[in-house]
Each structure stands twice: as C-alpha cells, then as structure tokens.
Design a protein around this ligand. Structure first.
Ligand code: UD1
Ligand code: CA
Length: 449
C-alpha cells in the first residue's frame, strides 16, 4: 500500500511572485498539477497535498482531481515540518509514503513506478531519487557509500567547499516506510543556515536509506526561479515534439514552435515555423498549420490549412482553408471546404459547407448556410451599443462588397445583396436586395471656377 504526499505549502520566494510557486504554469498546467499527474500509474490509496501559502488557490487549482486530502501547514517552517503535519492524518497507515516536492514537475510516471519497486524489493526504511548533475547549484548533496547507502544529505547553502564538489543531488523524491518515518520525524532540529526543519535530516536516523540514480537527469529538474521554469519548459517541449515526430508529425522548424502536452496531432500533419498549439487542441490528419499561427482549445479537421492565423475555442471541418490573417474566436464552427481570410474576423458564428468569407470581413453572432459567398468587406453589425444580435444567411446567398448586415436580420436562401448595401430588414428567398442611394449622374455638369 502506498500513499502519496506532495509538498505544496511554500511561497517560493525565489520566484519573486505573489502566486505560490507551485501554481506557476508550465505548458498550460501548474507545477503541482504536473507533480500530481506523475503519480498516475501508482494508484495510491491516499493522496495528501500539504498546503499553506495561499492554500485556497492551490486547493482551487487541484479541484478537478478526486479524492485528494489537503493538509494545512499554517506556518512554513521547512520540508520536514511539512511532513510532520501528516502524523495525525496517517495514524493508522502502515504502508509506504511517497513524498514529492510540488516543484518537480517533469517526472515520468514510469520512473516513479520503478523507483517504488526498488524501495519495496530492498525493504528500505527510505529510498531517495538522486542524479549526478554537471551543475548541482542549489540542490542538496547526497553522500553515500559504494553500495548507495546514504549517510547524509547536506543542503547547498550548508555545504563546505569540499562538500560542494559532490555532484550527486537529492531530487526531492522520497519513498519512506511510514511507521519508521513517523517515529523519527519528531527528532528534527532546525540547526542549519535557514533555521528550517529539513526533511532530509531524517536520513540521519533511518536505516537503511538507499539512493537510486534517475536514468534521465532532466526529469528531476526542480523549479525555484524563473530561469529554471524556462529551462523546464524547454525540456518539456523537446519531449513533446519528439513524441509527435515519432508519431508521424513533421515540424519544419521545431525550435520556433511550441506545443502544449495537452494537444493531439494526427499523423501526416505538417507544423510550419512559428506555430503555437495550446490547451485542448486537436489537429486532424494531413493538415498544414502555420507558419505564424496560434491555435488554442480548438479542433481542426483533416486536410485543413491554417496560414498566419489565430484560432481560439473554435472548430474547423475538413478541407477548409484559413488565412492568411484570419482570427476565429468565441465558438466559431466552420463547415467543410470553406475559405476564410485574408483579414477576416469571425466570432461566435456557424458556417455551413463550401462557404467563403474571403476578404476583409467581420462576421459575429451569425449563422451562414452552405455555399454562401460573403463579399469583400461585408460586416455584420451585431451590436447596438447594449445588446448583441444574430444574423442568419440561407444557403447559396451572396453579399456584395462592402455590405453591412444590421442585426437582428435574416436573409433567406439564394439572396443577393447588392454591393454597398446596408440591410436592416429581413429578405425573402430568391430576392435581390439593394439598400443604398441610387447613383445619380448629371451629364455635362462641371464645377464652375
Ligand atoms: C529541496 C531539498 C533539497 C533538494 C531539492 C530538490 C530540503 C531541505 N531540501 O530543496 O535537498 O535537492 O528540494 O528540488 O528538503 N515546502 C512546503 N513547506 C515548507 C517548505 C517547503 O510545503 O515549509 C514545499 C515547497 O512548496 C516546495 C517543496 O516543499 O514545493 C520544496 O521546497 P524548496 O524550498 O523549493 O526546497 P529546496 O530548497 O529546493
Ligand atoms: Ca525546490
């Protein structure tokens, strides 16, 4: 039986932020969400999150995860003090406790699974994950014998110059035999540079404590400042893009592209330079996205092209073309084989199949049928200064250049709107509407000097 505890009570002073450190986002998810997700494969019987600084925000951030127990550490007196808060909550618990720092967001679930197995097989009192880092600055140093049995952990700031030469660091990932840990937790002192109760001091009292090197040292990157947050983002990006390349996605210039790990991409998609895919975005097979596009929380069908455009909270069906320079936002649904862009903004609108809005338009709060052609510069005037109103356009209708459709207004099927019209009243099927001043030409008229 394993319980998981995540340390998430600290402020994270080195971030220089009002936001608790563990709520800073890495590729769309908070550090603590990621840390929690790394325990996915373990099926813990209990999951305890130690909260303190801005506890409500942390609890709110994790609200969607069921079965979490939040334990308050009202004063943050160190990582050891944080784990001491678990004692009353785990009175009857006899299993192992996996402890994770909430600021170590890149751990792979498989790594933790292996780590736990090693702990169990060796019946250790404690097992800790370690790594040999070329630059160990800031991390606690782990001192072991040749059998990886740990004698001591010394924080960077408490190390002598000689101790700093040891590059084997504590990852902040521990597995404890809980009854043994609970017995020694009261012994912690705050006898160190920060005058905090360090969890790492328990290795002085437990036996045996074993160090296990992580295979991929990048996984244990801890986030203490914005520099490390950016480094972690780079690591995450390389991981995400490598996975998609293995799955058949082409990146023309991967370094200029960012992909959240919540995004889904089908094979034979081509991602052009300077493209950013975020949130719950899905890209269908054969589509070509970019260059220069941002797509967030949107579903793109198969064989779609998106060129220099921004799409948020929207859907584009197969074989459509978006851009260059289109902006789709607020729940737009584009049917199959449509053409959207150049310089077109669509908001909260539905378009049927084979419909084109190809130049210089604003279409907001509108429903367009199939095979509609929106002429250059057509605008739906959806806002009367107080409320938004809808525009409906039936199948096969066309608007002439520079028309304004003043909502609420409905155009039937096969309607033609003459160029330059300002349409304020509904128009029946099969009609031509001309709503502009008639042209007057005075022959032989010339301005008198
Ligand atoms: C800690 C380890 C260090 C290790 C490093 C790995 C200790 C004493 N040191 O150092 O050996 O190399 O992690 O990343 O444990 N927290 C609380 N309550 C507190 C203090 C901290 O919940 O009172 C939480 C923080 O929110 C954070 C985590 O514990 O998520 C680690 O705290 P942090 O101050 O970042 O420890 P490090 O100095 O990085
Ligand atoms: Ca840390």
């Amino acid at each position: 039986m394993v319980a998981v505890a995540i340390l998430a009570a600290g402020r994270g002073t080195r971030m220089k932020s009002d936001l608790p450190k563990v709520l800073h986002k890495l590729g769309g998810r908070s550090l603590v969400e990621r840390t929690l997700a790394s325990c996915n494969l373990l099926k813990p019987s209990r999951s305890l999150i130690i909260v303190g600084y801005q506890a409500n925000l942390v609890i709110e951030n994790l609200r969607q995860n069921e079965g979490l127990e939040f334990v308050n550490q009202t004063e943050q007196l160190g990582t050891g003090h944080a784990i001491q808060q678990l004692i009353p909550h785990l009175r009857d618990f006899n299993g192992d406790l996996l402890v994770l720092n909430g600021d170590v967001p890149l751990l792979r679930p498989e790594t933790l699974e292996k780590f736990l197995k090693i702990h169990k097989n060796n019946q250790n009192a404690a097992t800790l994950l370690t790594a040999n880092l070329p630059d160990p600055t800031g991390y606690g140093r782990v001192f072991c014998d040749s059998n990886n049995i740990v004698s001591q952990i010394v924080e960077h700031r408490d190390c002598t110059d000689a101790q700093k030469q040891n590059h084997r660091i504590n990852a902040g990932v521990y597995c404890f035999n809980w009854p043994k840990l609970a017995q020694v937790l009261p012994k912690l002192s705050a006898n160190n540079d920060q005058q905090e109760y360090y969890l790492t001091e328990v290795v002085d009292y437990l036996n045996p404590v074993m160090a296990v090197d992580v295979e991929d040292a990048l996984e244990i990157t801890g986030i203490n400042d914005r520099r490390q947050l950016a480094t972690a983002y780079d690591i995450l990006q390389i991981r995400v893009k490598d996975n998609w390349m293995k799955a058949g996605v082409t990146f023309i210039d991967p370094d200029s592209t960012t992909i959240d790990d919540t995004v889904q991409i089908a094979p034979d998609v081509i991602i052009e330079p300077q493209t950013h895919l975020r949130g719950e975005t899905i890209i269908g097979q054969g589509s070509r996205i970019g260059p220069g596009s941002l797509i967030e929380n949107s579903t793109i069908g198969e064989n779609v092209t998106v060129l220099y455009s921004v799409i948020t909270d929207s859907q584009v069906q197969s074989n459509s073309r978006v851009g260059p320079y289109a902006h789709l936002r607020g729940h737009v649904n584009i049917g199959q084989a449509c053409r959207i862009g150049n310089f077109v903004e669509l908001k909260n609108s539905q378009l049927g199949a084979n419909t084109n809005v190809a130049h210089l338009s604003y279409i907001g709060d509108a429903t367009l049928g199939n095979r509609v052609n929106i002429g250059a510069g057509t605008i739906t005037a959806n806002y009367d200064g107080v409320n938004k109103h809808r525009t409906q356009i039936g199948d096969n209708s066309k608007t002439g250049s520079n028309s304004v459709l003043v909502a609420p207004v409905t155009l039937g099927e096969n309607v033609t709107v003459a160029a330059g019209s300002v349409v304020t009243k509904d128009v029946e099927d099969d009609s031509l509407v001309i709503a502009r001043a008639r042209q007057i030409v005075r022959k032989g008229w010339r301005q008198q000097k």
